[in-house]
Design a protein around this ligand. Structure first.
Ligand SMILES: [Zn+2]
Length: 82
């Protein structure tokens, strides 16, 4: 009966990110985000077998902020901090 606070619940082996029990996605680079963000930025391009983040009902609503606004957004960590 451990608290589920920040524990990894799932890992997407295709995209190499971990998703915690509270639905936070830890990217290899930059700030943690949501499943929607993960999908918008990684999974939809990867399309690899084994990707665990391909179900719309889990991904949820994508917000404008989830999409790329510029190429630098992903490449430079910290530039997109809120
Ligand atoms: Zn994935």
């Amino acid at each position: 009966m451990n608290p589920q606070d920040n524990q990894t619940l799932e890992t997407c082996p295709a995209c190499n990110v971990s998703i915690t029990a509270d639905e936070k996605v830890n990217f290899a680079v930059g700030q943690p985000g949501t499943r929607a963000k993960l999908y918008a930025r990684v999974c939809q391009f990867n399309q690899k077998p084994g990707c665990i983040n391909q179900q719309p009902e889990l991904i949820g609503e994508k917000t404008e902020d989830d999409d790329f606004r510029s190429a630098e957004d992903l490449i430079i960590p910290g530039i997109h901090d809120t």
